[in-house]
Design a protein. Structure first.
Length: 510
């Protein structure tokens, strides 16, 4: 098939790409796909009859969303001592014929060059909504939507990821993901059952990512669906939507992904989809990470990126939530808050930045005495009120938020507890503590570096320590006293399980 004479139209140049299951030949504006005679646990191309059947299935299934791309299946015969394309005389192989799509109109290409638009995303939703509405449902398709099947699929996926633990994913994160899936499926069991009864489990595309979407001149073409295993096409429409949203977000296109999602929800009125979206985004990211890891032999930065995304996006399933990271100056609270912002994907509102923004100043203000100037109790009261005001804006949008401040007074903590209760958001209080000698060394080093926004000094620490009111108003299950002597990368191993248990619950995890 690398010879120009093999093709009726001739060829000036022939491109060839080999995958683990297929050969692709690029001839002018056409592509010819020939499947390899291979057999794996998830597909069987081992016989000519199976390869012919799978090519015909690929043609049929892909014509649903890419009718102008998939042209036909042709036999390849050997007669008169030559190979013949399109002859039924003595078929020894079959080729799927496709029209070549313009690379510069592929969604992954467009996103990489900031050429995709909100209008394009809405148009994409308008293609997928009727496709999902008309896709087959019921019977064995519905079987993949029951809670036990979903939990089993989660466990199977993690079993495939396990060989890469220690290389591309740390053991702590792996266990956290395992517990997250179990807890989520148990917590939302009734919703998952309702999705089946409502007909939300459909035979979809199965591999809906940016590399399989083309904004072609004749209209949007969505190609290369999973043909070799129908189980991979079956699932909640939320799972298919999550795949695309995940892929766009992981490419830095979160705002465009939201445009797509908003239009999809507007057209379907499927508001429960948003509840399931974080779970399925996490699951799909793990699948993509696993695939990339297998392709690379376990050394793929792209696989690591997908696994990091999976770890971060699981926290969306627990939002809204409110985390107070508090403690005396030099206790390490701000370093922990920054780490939580990175790991949880939420915003941190800090008292230092808020206080100085209200005062219209920037940088350190060394030398100010305790409770004087911008640290006067009246200014502190306005600072904490402003932090609560900003936090409420995020809670209204059903987002999580971290508050970083000393929170020395019970009244300050009680105000935040009332805010969390008002919005029915779980509250966690992480009280950062360190030995005096460690704090003194930190404050000296910070002063010498002169880069920190905080104005904390050793004498301020001692006065705060004397003034701090007991944490009697905080529920014990929502309170974590944390010794911050260790590095924040180690502290998260205490903090994240505490938060996940509190926000998601342990029902059904065992």
């Amino acid at each position: 098939m690398l010879e120009p004479s093999f093709y009726a139209q001739g060829a000036a140049e022939i491109g060839h790409v080999e995958t683990h299951i297929s050969h692709l030949f690029f001839v002018g504006d056409l592509v010819y796909k020939v499947k390899k005679a291979v057999r794996f646990s998830f597909l069987d191309y081992s016989t000519l009859a199976r390869r012919k059947f799978c090519l015909q299935e690929e043609l049929r299934l892909n014509r649903r969303l890419a009718p102008s791309v998939y042209l036909g299946v042709l036999p390849i015969s050997h007669e008169n001592e030559s190979w013949q394309l399109g002859s039924d005389a003595r078929p020894v192989e079959y080729a799927l014929v496709m029209r070549r799509l313009p690379e510069k109109r592929m969604l992954d290409f467009l996103l990489g060059r900031n050429r995709a638009s909100a209008e394009m995303m809405r148009a994409l939703a308008e293609v997928l909504v009727p496709f999902h509405a008309g896709a087959p449902t019921g019977g064995k398709i519905n079987g993949v939507g029951n809670p036990l099947a979903i939990r089993t699929m989660w466990e199977e996926n993690l079993a495939d990821v396990r060989p890469f633990v220690g290389q591309l994913l740390d053991p702590f994160s792996f266990e956290a993901l395992r517990d997250f899936g179990r807890c989520f499926a148990a917590r939302h069991r009734d919703l998952l059952v309702c999705r089946v009864l409502e007909g939300r489990i459909r035979e979809g595309h199965g591999d809906l990512h940016c590399g399989h979407i083309c904004f072609a001149p004749e209209g949007i073409q969505i190609f290369d669906c999973v043909e070799f295993n129908p189980r991979f096409r079956y699932g909640d429409v939320a799972s298919e939507v999550a795949f695309l949203v995940m892929d766009m977000e992981s490419r830095g296109a979160a705002e465009l992904a939201q445009e797509f999602l908003n239009r999809y929800l507007e057209m379907t009125n499927d508001h429960a989809l948003s509840v399931l979206l974080p779970f399925y985004k996490c699951q799909r990211a793990l699948v993509r990470g696993k695939v990339e890891a297998l392709r690379s032999g376990g050394v793929s930065p792209l696989a690591s990126r997908y696994f990091d995304y999976a770890c971060r996006v699981r926290w969306e399933a627990m939002q809204p939530f409110l985390i107070v990271v508090c403690g005396l100056t030099g206790s390490g609270k701000s370093a922990l808050a920054r780490e939580l912002t990175r790991r949880l994907g939420v915003r941190t509102i800090g008292s230092d930045a808020t206080r100085k923004a209200l005062a219209g100043i920037t940088g350190g203000q060394g030398g100010i005495a305790y409770e004087e100037g911008i640290y006067h109790p009246a200014v502190t009261q306005r600072t904490y009120a402003k932090m609560a005001e900003e936090a409420e804006k995020l809670l209204i949008r059903r987002q999580g938020v971290v508050l970083d401040g000393t929170f020395l007074r019970s009244a300050q903590r009680e105000a935040i507890a009332r805010l969390a209760a008002k919005h029915r958001a779980p509250l966690a209080v992480i009280h950062c503590q360190s030995a005096d000698g460690i704090v003194e060394e930190r404050l000296k080093r910070r002063a010498a570096e002169g880069q920190d926004l905080s104005d904390g000094r050793w004498e301020i620490y001692l006065k705060q320590k004397a003034a701090q009111e007991p944490f009697e108003e905080v529920s014990r299950i929502a309170y974590l006293a944390l010794d911050t002597e260790a590095d924040v990368s180690e502290l998260r191993k205490q903090v994240e399980p505490f938060l996940q248990r509190l926000f998601l619950g342990e029902a059904g995890a065992n």
